[in-house]
Design a protein around this ligand. Sequence first.
Ligand code: FES
Length: 137
Amino acid sequence: MALYSDKVMDHFRHPRNVGVIEDADGVGEVGNAKCGDIMKMYLKIDDDTITDVKFETFGCGSAIASSSMATELIKGKPVSEAMTLTNKAVAEALDGLPDYKMHCSVLAEEAIRNALEDYYTRHPEKRGENAEASIED
Ligand code: FES
């Protein structure tokens, strides 16, 4: 069996949503100290919906594929849903990653979480609204 799924290879070779959003509403940057890889996520948020997302990843193929897939999973979704995205969900959407590459998908989860935290820091009033929404869930 191939080490990487077709989906991983596709997102690695043709990553979606690569780039920068100059007037982003939230920006998150994370790095993995062991491998030195860095990922940066930019979110455009309108009326609590992620209307655009772009990423820059200086890292391994699995990190690039994970960031690409993660952007597809949250684009057009409510902020509250993006907040619950896990690295496992990213890896599953890619039809799996080798065990020793799972940490690469963690970068995508953390970068999105950090970008959303940045958004909440800029708009503290929104945090309350979404907290109420998640209590109701
Ligand atoms: Fe560093 Fe994949 S080896 S994120």
